[in-house]
Design a protein around this ligand. Sequence first.
Ligand code: NAP
Length: 306
Amino acid sequence: MSQPTVVRVGPLMPFLEDALERMYAAPSLADVGSQTEGLTVAVAGGGTVIGAAEMDQLPALRAIANFGVGYDNVDVEEATRREIIVSNTPDVLTDAVADLSVALVLDVLRQVSAADRFVRRGEWAAGERYPLTREVRGSVVGILGLGRIGEAVALRLEPFGAKVAYHSRSPKDVPWAYHASPVALAEASDVLVVLTPGGADTKHLVDAAVIDALGPDGYLVNVARGSVVDEGALVQALEEGRLAGAGLDVFDDEPNVPAALLGRDDVVLLPHVGSATVQTREAMATLVLDNVAAFLAKGELVTPVN
Ligand code: NAP
């Protein structure tokens, strides 16, 4: 058999791993040892870091196809310096992630998960009443990072009666109120939904000042990346009653969730499942395969980021 050209880096979903093995006899980076000369395309999942060290291991590398719209796991600056092009999987996951973001907004306000636990603990049967909750209608939902997913979340929440506001680094051509900073947006919002990219530029964009601007009746929903929120400041604000609740799909040190959050009924904790539906994960895998095929045929990627 001829020398493989595609290499798998880190764990991938079985559908994608099987296709890469079947179509390209793609080995795993962990197994190739020093046999790297023909490996020009790397395929990686969102949780797998590809930095200078991994690029050093693959001297022939020319393209990285990343499984995920966020690509903060790849050192794109270093890749660009080495003339390695990088792709992500935009658009195909927007609906699924927006749906999950709305689910978190509804859950933190109406306490679906916490009320479910109340029933299971037998407290309803014992005659207890569940406390009243908050509703979306009339709430100002601030979207921090009004991109593809942020806009889809805003459009979904308007029919619920939410008023939408947003902050991105630049105003967009949308009918919603623009706020010039995360603090200004948080001050105007009842619920802040974070949907920026991760990485160094957005590290702790949601800090103690933003959380305090949201205030004791405010809710934080983070579906972006754990790095965007100062997790320590978030835990402290919840413990001190300076924030009403939080819905979190992403964390600083996944899969580890701060122990202080695990016993709290005012937080909803999800295991990074924003795009995790059968349909969307297959669509993402197909787009990764399209990127690999386009690179091998034409030296170009379908959805490049650099
Ligand atoms: P996108 O279309 O690129 O939107 C990101 C938006 O964030 C842009 O409109 C950008 O607007 C804004 N932004 C970037 N840097 C910012 C900053 N420093 N301050 C404020 N706003 C900033 O990306 P998308 O497809 O909507 O995806 C957004 C992110 O969601 C991904 O990067 C990923 O981290 C996360 N995500 C999570 C999951 C999950 O499973 N939980 C799944 C998919 C995606 P400006 O350029 O005007 O600032």
